[in-house]
Write a protein that binds this ligand. Sequence first.
Ligand code: UDP
Ligand code: MG
Length: 337
Amino acid sequence: MSNRPNTLYLVVPCYNEEEALPHSAQVMREKLDRLMQEGKVSPESKILLVNDGSRDKTWQLIHSLCDADPAFAGLSFSRNYGHQSAILAGMMAARQHADIAVTIDADLQQDIEALDQFLEKYQAGCEIVYGIRNDRNTDGFFKKLTANGFYGLMHLLGCNVMSNHADYRLLSKKALDALAEYKEVNLFLRGLIPTMGFQSDIVYFDVKEREAGTSKYTFRKMLTLATDGITSMSTRPIQLITIMGFLVSVFSFVMIVYCIADWFLGRNVPGYTTSLVVSLLMGGLTIFSLGIVGEYVGKIYLEAKARPRYIVESFIWKEGNIQSHSTEKEEEPHASN
Ligand code: UDP
Ligand code: MG
């Protein structure tokens, strides 16, 4: 095994995780200790907890964890920006200090023991390591159905996403620097990161039940993620509209010829149902197509405005090794991109 620099930052997005966080933080801390003792990560490694505008006591919890132990660092958004923004902000903050960043959920559903394999792949030369879940047995019927439907649709639309890979992944400093070059507001990391290339590998892990609390991914958040995913990765829906428009035009042309022929032959067609069905169908298809085009126009609008993707309200980071004492540094609130 070669010896690449190994300061690890575990990036943990937290949204209303006051129930799960105390236990999760402890488990992560113990894991980090073990990794350090085994020489797999450096003593400067940290757990970076990103507060995504929680409305409960999450930030207070993060604050006291950071106060008590330099192994924890904290970053807080000015409001809820969503999971994708939280992990991006965490990785961008980690980039300043770390050689490796691994993103993992705060509920410990993703098996933290898989970290050893992630690190092995990194030492073997990988810049990106993707965590892929073994099965979906811990998900409810609805989650399973929507997730499978989503991945099916993404593949149909020609998007290069890995099924069952949900943001449990390792990025090396090199990959983090490359990611920093992407300025898009419409963020879908699962689709974006594979387009960066680099030597990469896969680690399979088991999914567990949520430690505590409930899922923070509401149906609306899932729907937003799915549309962001599709619109940021593929323009196939717009091409499909063109194809559909062409086919409907051909059909219409045939119908016109048929109708004119009818008229010449003096046939009197009642045609009430036919015309109603055709006009309803056309109305529906037109509005649906406009909606799809509108979705892309909206995304262009957001990209054109180029607003910050998130605003960091505070950042706590302490100098020092995991076991040693240290000096605290709380950075001024600032806007970050
Ligand atoms: N999360 C976040 N912002 C949000 C929603 C979720 O940072 O707006 C975090 C959440 O705290 C957790 C991770 O994203 O660490 C995954 O969320 P969750 O476990 O609720 O999703 P599920 O596993 O049910 O898909
Ligand atoms: Mg979860």
